[in-house]
Design a protein around this ligand. Structure first.
Ligand code: AMP
Ligand code: MG
Length: 271
């Protein structure tokens, strides 16, 4: 799945050419849902030795417009892992203190420690997305940031963290449905932020900003994956699949400490 959904460095992704309703790589919803339990178990199985190793980390960066399903992905995909080994961080508009620092300052502080799976619900990419669309810094500054991000992520990878960046792609129609559902359902209304409609008014500008970020910042070290996300079952299945493939490639191993097992067993047997 990684090969299918990756934005290959050096090629140009065109978001308008990707159908958010498509389901590449899976035969049917039934099949995907049947595989899902197995994928979740596999994720948990792979996370355990990563945690035990305490030497490497996995960082999952989740991006996508409002209602694209970042929260749902965390619940349904990450939720299958051991919470003790996960660090989930959401990045909102920066505080006054954060604004006094370089945009990567707050990100660096939240990188996962060895052994952990870090999940960023939004990330440093907001600094070339919402910040760009709203013109919060100059164009030159945004332009410089792509390179800064690439160099930063390369360092993170060199330090022993595998970086997987996931962009959830929904259609404007699907967003309307999901925002309407938030209005209709009293249990979802708390999620409705009228300001989201201002961003929706700038849909095309956001798509363009996403496209630029994906093209400029999908690197060998830290690739981007674009997930067609109008269908939640497909989104969950595809993200789980990408994480399983990534962890399998990392191939974490349980440490085998040098213990005198016979002597320790004898001590235990003695009471
Ligand atoms: P939500 O993810 O719906 O809780 O909303 C978080 C909000 O914070 C979104 O509207 C983001 O665009 C905004 N946000 C996150 N990071 C930044 C940033 N660096 N600069 C400005 N706004 C941001
Ligand atoms: Mg929001």
């Amino acid at each position: 799945m990684r090969d299918r959904l990756r934005v290959d460095p050096g090629t140009e992704v065109v978001l308008a050419d990707i159908d958010p309703r498509s389901t590449p790589g899976v035969g049917s919803r039934k099949k995907a849902e049947r595989q899902m339990a197995d994928r979740q178990a596999r994720l948990a199985e792979l996370q355990e030795p990563l945690y035990a190793e305490r030497s490497r980390s996995l960082l999952v960066v989740l991006q996508g417009t409002d209602t694209s399903g970042k929260d749902g992905t965390i619940k349904h995909v990450i939720g299958g892992m051991n919470p003790q080994g996960c660090r989930i961080l959401g990045f909102k508009a920066p505080t006054k203190e954060e604004l006094r620092h370089h945009f990567l300052w707050r990100i660096k502080r939240q990188l996962p420690d060895p052994g952990l799976v870090g999940i960023f619900n939004r990330s440093h990419y907001e600094d070339v997305l919402v910040v760009k669309v709203h013109g919060l810094v100059t164009e030159e500054t945004v332009d410089r940031r792509y390179g800064e991000i690439n160099r930063f992520e390369q360092k993170v990878v060199d330090g022993g963290t595998t970086v997987v960046k996931v962009c959830l792609l929904i259609s404007k129609e699907e967003q309307r449905e999901r925002l309407l559902a938030r209005l209709e359902d009293p249990t979802k209304r708390w999620k409705f932020n009228p300001a989201d409609l201002d961003d929706r008014d700038r849909w095309d500008e956001f798509q363009a900003a996403y496209q630029t970020a994906l093209n400029r910042c999908s690197t060998e070290a830290a690739p981007w994956y674009v997930i067609p996300a109008d269908r939640k079952w497909y989104r969950n299945w595809a993200v789980a699949e990408i994480l399983v493939e990534t962890l399998e490639e990392m191939d974490p191993q349980y440490p085998q400490p040098d213990l005198d097992i016979d002597a320790l067993r004898a001590r235990l047997a003695a009471g």
